[in-house]
Design a protein around this ligand. Structure first.
Ligand code: THF
Length: 274
């Protein structure tokens, strides 16, 4: 839970390796850090030691689910967090959600179904979770070595694996590069939301979200904010209510969600590193 997140921050600041590559912000780092969050009883792990921008992170997840490489859905909701990676056409390239929903198989490399085939990984996982819950391959991957050149940034959320026992669905996210102060709190809450949405579609409930961070770093220009956060008291996480059951995983809108009992401390600002 949140305590484990804060402990990880403390470890990175106190024992992490300091690195300052040319033209990049200096940072303190640790490697291969796991965190677990209990999602039972509709818990949603929004950090309570700083005010989280719930709308931004939820809309970002709905954008991933939409499979679009364009950030129009974010703009329609007044969310600006991807602007620095987008081109004039509001396009960030075929990353994240695009790879989940539109994985093109190059017919020159593989001949599946007689040619160029599109794979909707998220739809496939919804099907296997329903029909073969005990399968060990409810996997979505965004890492595509042959396409990295076309992406504005290399995908950070590389590997997703769902797990179902009875009517409980859990999720593991492996993230290769982790901006601990800005991005990670977003990612923890929004992938927990994804787990709730997948469970909701299947008539199940969410069990646990496991976050596995690869290169986990705190940028030097976030250290003061993190030190402040570490002095704050952790509260119980809020609960997620979903007001409507759409036809499919694509059908959710931001106003279908409600957050109950979110007790948050004052917001903490930080600059994003490109
Ligand atoms: N690049 C870097 N350097 N850090 C990241 O966390 C990151 N992401 C996404 C892609 N590249 C990344 C972008 N995610 C904010 C939060 C998440 C982002 C980008 C920016 C941010 O600025 N949050 C502020 C304000 C939020 C708002 O205005 O709505 C905050 O206070 O939380 C990793 O997924």
């Amino acid at each position: 839970g949140e305590h484990a997140y804060l402990d990880m921050c403390r470890r990175i600041l106190d024992q992490g390796a300091y690195r300052k590559p040319d033209d990049e912000e200096g940072r303190y780092e640790a490697f291969a850090q796991p965190l677990k969050f209990d999602l039972r009883d509709n818990k949603l792990p929004l950090l309570t030691t700083k005010r989280m921008q719930w709308k931004s992170l939820a809309v970002e997840m709905l954008w991933f689910i939409s499979g679009s490489s364009k950030i129009d859905l974010l703009h329609e909701n007044n969310v600006k967090i991807w602007d620095i990676w987008a081109n004039e056409e509001n396009d960030v390239g075929p990353l994240y959600g695009y790879m989940w929903r539109n994985w093109w198989v190059d017919p020159n490399l593989v001949d599946v179904n007689g040619g160029r085939t599109e794979i909707d990984q998220l739809a496939q996982v919804m099907t296997t979770l329903k029909e073969r819950p005990e399968a060990r391959s409810h996997v979505i991957t965004a890492w595509r070595p042959d396409w990295l050149k076309a992406m504005s940034i290399k995908p950070c959320h590389v590997y997703l694996q769902f797990y179902r026992v009875g009517d409980e669905v859990s999720l593991l996210l492996t993230q290769r590069s982790c901006d601990t102060f800005l991005g990670v709190p977003f990612n923890i809450a929004q992938y927990s939301l994804l787990c709730h949405l997948v469970a909701h579609q299947l008539g199940c409930t969410a069990g646990e979200f496991t976050w596995m961070g690869g290169d986990v770093h705190i940028y030097e220009n976030h250290v003061d904010q993190v030190r402040e956060q570490l002095t704050r008291e952790v509260k119980q996480p809020p609960k997620l209510k979903i007001h409507r059951t759409p036809e499919g995983i694509d059908g959710y809108r931001f106003d279908d969600f409600e957050i109950e009992g979110y007790e948050y401390a004052q917001g903490l600002k930080g600059a994003i590193s490109a």
